[in-house]
Design a binder for this molecule. Structure first.
Ligand SMILES: [Zn+2]
Length: 253
């Protein structure tokens, strides 16, 4: 890749860059890797029509529930790597403290060139390791979302999801909720641009009453609190999984 002022640099990419390159942004990650973000003008081939529509309900335990009854779990990639990350976080905290103490001594002793944090190799190593695990967790989460959204745009022509605003309004400081929020936003943005690319349609529907109306007969069963995972419609007798029923209502909306 030839960059202005720098010249030729080697790069590695999983995908061949096609189309007319409009601009390149170089980013240095906290793990010391350089990334080139390439903006191209390209014609993307639309995906064949599947003659199928789907409604998606989103949740915390299950990230995504489809109106076809498929549940895609929330995978806690952060928990999978938590032990290893924590190992380095502890070292990072200790080494930072130690380095700060030594810097303070340098200054106290009026050292000609007081050391800086960047001079402490062990501290820098711990910092890099923590950043590496954070990056790995983020990459795993994003890969999972890309896999899901690509599958959806292949499988369906019209994808309906709830407007996220009301879900975000739920005040909850739990980590699980924070992660869900982040994933939902990413999920929606990926769906939006992939639908645009591949000739599919994303429809945002009003989430009002999606968890209390019977998707079979339309009976309004009143508010269902969050603990109610399933219920039987008193009008038509169908037993509903709360989330799948909601997804069906989103599809019908
Ligand atoms: Zn019913």
């Amino acid at each position: 890749m030839k960059l202005p002022k720098i010249g030729f640099v080697r790069f590695k990419s999983g995908k061949k860059v096609t189309g007319k390159i409009k601009n390149v942004t170089i980013r240095l990650s906290s793990t010391g890797k350089y990334y080139a973000i390439v903006l191209v003008d390209a014609d993307i081939k639309e995906l064949p029509k599947a003659n199928n529509s789907v409604g998606l309900d989103i949740g915390v335990a299950d990230l995504m529930i489809t109106s076809d009854g498929v549940k895609h779990p929330t995978i806690r990639f952060d928990q999978i790597l938590a032990k290893k990350k924590h190992y380095w976080e502890k070292r990072l905290a200790r080494r930072r403290l130690q380095a700060q103490k030594e810097i303070a001594w340098d200054k106290h002793n009026k050292a000609l060139v007081p050391r800086e944090l960047s001079d402490f190799k062990n501290y820098q190593k711990a910092r890099l390791m923590v950043a590496k695990y954070s990056e790995k967790i983020a990459n795993q989460r994003n890969n999972y979302l890309h896999l899901l959204t690509k599958q959806l745009v292949k499988q369906y022509d019209v994808i309906k999801i709830e407007d996220l605003k009301t879900k975000n309004l739920m005040k909850n400081h739990q980590l699980a909720r924070a992660i869900a929020n982040q994933s939902w936003r990413e999920l929606r943005s990926q769906l939006q641009y992939k639908c645009d690319w591949y000739g599919k349609q994303l429809v945002i529907v009003n989430p009002r009453k999606t968890s209390q109306i019977c998707s079979s007969c339309g009976y309004d069963d009143g508010k269902h609190t969050l603990e109610i995972r399933q219920w039987t419609c008193p009008n038509c007798g169908i037993n509903h999984d709360r989330d799948i029923n909601a997804a069906k209502n989103i599809l019908n909306a």
